[in-house]
Ligand binder design. Structure first.
Ligand code: 3PG
Length: 306
């Protein structure tokens, strides 16, 4: 019997686990849960006899892959797969997948929530500003960014997009404005929302040059990855320009330093963009279905490694 392990340091909602279990058991496989684990050793032990694993932001590095002697498939229930060592997976003949789009709405709603929270001074009662009529810059135009745009449109924001991988036609078809350079996005927009993955090209790429080009009262919202921020540069800029705010879903490495920017910085204790029952159900069940389709039909549609 195939064993599917759900290894989530930050667990899915129980209703999502119920759905995952139904899909896995209907296929005749066995489901095992490793939730809220606190030590890597627990993961290393649990993966030892798993044929497939479902993870979230859990780190699947070369050591984990090495310990997973039967593993054929790892599915990241979510969008970003920078937590998987893809080269190690490929070297061991393991397929890695994600579940693109399944948690996008949850992250988008949180991004909009962060914008309102920032522009209303963290609900402290002081006079703030509205989103209506403001220029919103979407740095990249994937599933989350498009969901943000859909909500922001309803709030009367003007939407600008920088994404060299998306055509002018695709952006215009949605009624949004595509800008040619990343500098133009930042110099044009009151609020920039980050939707880039963490790759060697994007890591540390958001710093003084870009954020410093934003107009007075700028807000940077990050529901993507902390690694894309050049934290020393952003901290230095925020101490010079006390009009700039940084609201993020992911605690920065230099959390204590950012906390000094009182009223202009916010991060929740745990990354929570995709932490809704709906997103857990969508991404978790999609992951379970992808596992069954992989083993039963050789379906590798959502494969992300070579
Ligand atoms: C993603 O890449 O899908 C999001 O960052 C969500 O991550 P999480 O599953 O750890 O909440």
């Amino acid at each position: 019997m195939k064993k599917v392990l759900v290894a989530t340091e930050k667990p899915f909602a129980p209703i999502a686990i119920k759905g995952i279990r139904e899909v896995i058991e209907a296929a005749g496989y066995q489901l095992e849960l490793l939730e809220k684990y606190t030590a890597k050793e627990q993961l290393l032990q649990a993966v030892a006899d798993a044929d497939a694993i479902i993870i979230r932001s859990d780190i699947v590095d070369a050591e984990v892959i090495d310990a997973a002697k039967k593993l054929k498939l790892v599915v990241r229930a979510g969008a970003g797969y920078d937590n998987i060592d893809l080269a190690a997976a490929t070297a061991h003949g393991i397929c890695a997948m994600n579940t693109p789009g399944q948690n996008a709405n949850a992250v988008a709603e949180l991004a909009i929530g962060l914008m309102i929270y920032a522009q209303r001074n963290m609900y402290n009662g002081a006079s703030g500003t509205e989103l209506r009529g403001k220029n919103l810059g979407l740095h990249a135009y994937g599933n989350v960014a498009r969901a943000v745009a859909r909500i922001a449109e309803g709030m009367g924001m003007n939407i600008y997009v920088y994404d060299p991988y998306t055509s002018q036609e695709a952006v215009s078809a949605n009624g949004h404005t595509k800008v040619d350079t990343v500098q133009e996005l930042y110099s044009t927009c009151n609020i920039v929302s980050l939707h880039i993955p963490a790759t060697p090209e994007t890591k540390q790429s958001i710093g003084r040059d870009l954020v410093g080009a934003m107009p007075k009262g700028a807000l940077l919202v990050n529901t993507a990855r902390k690694e894309v921020i050049n934290e020393p540069e952003l901290l230095a800029l925020m101490s010079e320009r006390t009009d700039i705010k940084y609201f993020t879903d992911i605690a920065p490495a230099a959390l204590e330093d950012f906390k000094n920017c009182q009223g202009r910085f916010f991060a929740p204790p745990k990354k929570m963009g995709a932490q809704t029952a709906e997103a857990n159900i969508n991404a978790g069940i999609a992951a379970a279905r992808q596992i069954v389709a992989f083993f039963e039909n050789g379906d590798e549609r959502f494969r992300v490694n070579k």
